[in-house]
Design a protein around this ligand. Structure first.
Ligand code: ARG
Length: 458
């Protein structure tokens, strides 16, 4: 099998090596971008008088046919042709004859592969931003329905203070909005045309990268040819942004796993998003949530792999960089798959407000409010803390909650307590009184929801 680069060689590569260094099994997913990039390159070569207009036309027509054939499933890629770039060039030359051999003028696979990956990632970032937007919209809709659904807020997974489900969901809205921002930011640095850098040192041909950039919708052209072919920062940045998306999904999933247990019983998963046990007939397991939590690990692994692959590379291109693709594709596939199943799973959650409210009432979550009540009556906070601590201890021994104590019982520990205490420690009131910006009061959360909707609209 003659290689496109075979001129300098006296001997074929070992078949093990052919197989080892071939990337066609995975980089074939870049075929569309490779072809679009080649078309723009051919048009530019003709415009600049580097090849003849009829030659460019023949090349572009040939590429169009190849694109249609690939999409129609009529193309068998060859491992011997190494990668998607050489596969397509070989198909082209077979189809249109020697003129196909002119396509690679003033170009290297090094700038070509960087171009393909950037074009691919630009699109995938858009798709993922869109999936995040759908998730945020789902969370906002759900939050709107649960502005008054009181539940315990936790620290150390111990009941701490009462909040609402809406407030809890809005914390995740913040996280996913930051994720969208990181992706938009990363997209800006992805949106740079590397074509024209050649193998590493540019070219002597009078190329016109700015026109190619405009044609392919790139916002900028790479400023340095060495960097253009050896930069994969944008891949790492994307993987890091994706890793944080997975952290957020994983934390949420952990809560869904907890909340759907009989011990919490805050939510029930829809049958469509849970599975049974092969042995225990009663089981309804939160497999989807667990699997998303589990899949976060592979994305972190991909990120680590990318960083490690890059760290020792001298400038400019090195074959190590071919290893960027499987990691990148895995990140893209995993994040998309997780978001696609997570959003409808959350949308179909059955919420159990009674159980949430019972848990909020049961865990002395209004103890801070009682201390604050004493402070407002003139007791120094540290003293109020002490008095309420003793009251809680007393309640525990009597099996009572704070609101079940009589005025006399209150006064034994906290002499300034009066009849208005019951309103001050009513759970609903404790939430409603937290009207600060970013707080759980229904009014505050309603405003947070409308601000988030406004940001989404932009
Ligand atoms: N398949 C290669 C990659 O993914 C394309 C670039 C190859 N360049 C080279 N000089 N071997 O990185």
């Amino acid at each position: 099998m003659t290689k496109l680069w075979g001129g300098r060689f006296q001997k074929d590569t070992d078949h093990l090596v052919d197989d080892f260094h071939s990337s066609i099994s995975f980089d074939q997913r870049l075929y569309r971008y490779d072809i679009l990039g080649s078309m723009a390159h051919a048009r530019m070569l003709a415009r600049q008088g580097i090849i003849a207009p009829e030659e460019a036309e023949a090349i572009i027509r040939g590429l169009e046919e190849i694109l249609a054939d690939i999409e129609g499933g009529r193309v068998q890629f060859s491992v011997a042709a190494e990668d998607i770039h050489m596969n397509i060039e070989q198909l082209l030359t077979r189809r249109i004859g020697p003129v196909g051999k002119k396509l690679h003028t003033a170009r290297s696979r090094n700038d070509q592969v960087a171009l393909d990956v950037r074009m691919y990632l630009r699109d995938e970032i858009e798709t993922i931003i869109d999936l995040l937007r759908q998730l945020v919209e789902t969370l906002l809709d759900l939050a709107e329905k649960h502005l008054e659904t009181v539940m315990p807020g936790y620290t150390h997974l111990q009941r701490a203070q009462p909040i609402t489900l809406a407030h809890h969901l809005m914390a995740y809205v913040q996280m996913f909005e930051r994720d969208m921002g990181r992706l938009r930011d990363c997209r800006r640095r992805t949106d740079v045309l590397p074509l024209g850098a050649g193998a590493l040192a540019g070219t002597t041909f009078p190329i016109d990268p700015s026109r190619v950039a405009a044609e392919l919708g790139f916002a900028a052209v790479a400023e340095n040819s060495l960097d253009a072919v050896s930069d994969r920062d944008f891949v790492v940045e994307f993987a890091a942004a994706a890793a944080l998306i997975m952290v957020h999904l994983s934390r949420f999933c952990e809560e869904i796993v907890l909340w759907s247990s009989a011990e919490f019983a805050f939510v029930e998963l829809d049958d469509a998003y849970s599975t049974g046990s092969s042995m225990m007939p009663q089981k309804k397991n939160p497999d989807v949530a667990e699997l998303i939590r589990g899949k976060s690990g592979r994305v972190f692994g991909d990120l680590m792999g990318l960083l490690t692959m890059l760290k020792g590379l001298p400038l400019a291109y090195n074959k190590d960089m071919q290893e960027d693709k499987e990691a990148l594709f895995d990140v893209v596939d995993t994040v998309k798959k997780c978001l696609r199943v997570f959003t409808p799973m959350v949308a179909s959650l059955k919420v159990r407000p009674e159980n949430m409210a019972r848990a909020a009432r049961g865990g002395f979550t209004n103890a801070t409010d009682l201390a604050d009540y004493l402070v407002k009556k003139g007791v120094p906070f540290r003293e109020a803390h002490e008095q309420v601590g003793r009251l809680v201890y007393y309640c525990l021994s009597k099996g009572k909650s704070l609101e079940e104590l009589s005025l006399e019982e209150f006064k034994q520990f906290a002499p300034v307590v009066e009849g208005d205490v019951y309103r001050a420690i009513d759970i609903g009131q404790c939430v409603a009184a937290r009207r600060v910006l970013g707080g759980p009061a229904p009014e505050s959360v309603r405003q947070a929801i409308s601000r988030a909707r406004e940001r989404l609209g932009r």
